[in-house]
Write a new protein. Structure first.
Length: 253
């Protein structure tokens, strides 16, 4: 599997989540489906492909699944909730998937897992999410902070467009794992050694959701993100921004 940045996922997690009113219902709601994601890698000369992914959404009284995140509510009142979250960091690098002969001599970078807390507030004014998470799978041990705001715009026939803006801060340990070049790798590849620092990536996007009957739902997402200097200055990277696309079909039980 080629590396996908999965930068659309934070948006998908937010927009697959139901409103506070739905989350407060006594009957749990479960949606399952499949989607296709395409997110060109920032790595040099990398093989980019669209990949099928599972899509899930579940809202129980205490536990929930939203996109790729699994959470447990620690506290909730009208329109606000504080939760414990577990989710993957979708970055991945496989040296065999690049045509750059120097990058083919580098070590692989794997998908990581992160654990942390998330605060979510929703109302007529929109939805705000703030999350603080730490990498817990031994890939640098860094941390990330994300904040975003979205405003749903309902239209006829069950169509909802939600523009969103946000920013993600990643620590130097996390950036260095995915975009740094060690002294050993530099000697083997001919690339200059590089230690990535911390950085903030602003992003913007829009998601469209549409009801197809009483139980089927269609989701489409576009997201644009600007790479921080700590990432785009890496000798592994070309370009200064990324864009991501997701389309998914789900069924609500």
């Amino acid at each position: 599997m080629a590396k996908m940045s999965f930068r659309w996922l934070a948006m998908a997690v937010t927009l697959l989540a139901p409103s506070a009113a739905l989350a407060a219902q006594s009957t749990p709601r479960l949606s399952l489906g499949v989607g296709f994601a395409w997110s060109p890698s920032p790595y040099r000369s990398y093989d980019n492909k669209a990949w099928p992914i599972p899509v899930a959404s579940y809202e129980g009284q205490r536990f929930f699944v939203r996109g790729i995140g699994v959470g447990m509510r620690l506290w909730r009142n009208d329109g606000n909730e504080l939760s414990l979250m577990v989710s993957p960091i979708g970055n991945r690098f496989r040296h065999e998937d690049t045509d750059d002969t120097r990058l083919r001599r580098l070590s692989d970078r794997d998908i990581s897992g992160q654990l942390g807390v998330q605060w979510r507030s929703s109302g007529e004014w929109g939805v705000v999410q703030v999350a603080a998470q730490k990498e817990v799978t031994g890939h640098g041990g860094g941390h990330a902070f994300d904040a975003n705001y979205g405003y749903p715009l309902p239209f006829a026939r069950g169509l909802v467009l939600t523009p969103m803006v946000g920013a993600t801060y990643t620590s130097d340990a996390l950036n260095d794992y995915y975009y740094g070049v060690s002294e050993k790798e530099a000697r083997m590849s001919g690339l200059p050694s590089y230690r990535a620092g911390s950085g903030t990536a602003p992003y913007a996007g829009v998601t469209a959701t549409a009801r197809l009957g009483t139980r089927w739902n269609l989701l489409a997402t576009l997201r644009l993100s600007r790479l921080p200097d700590a990432v785009k200055d890496s000798p592994m990277v070309e370009g200064s921004s990324t864009h991501s696309y997701l389309i998914a079909l789900s069924y609500t039980f």
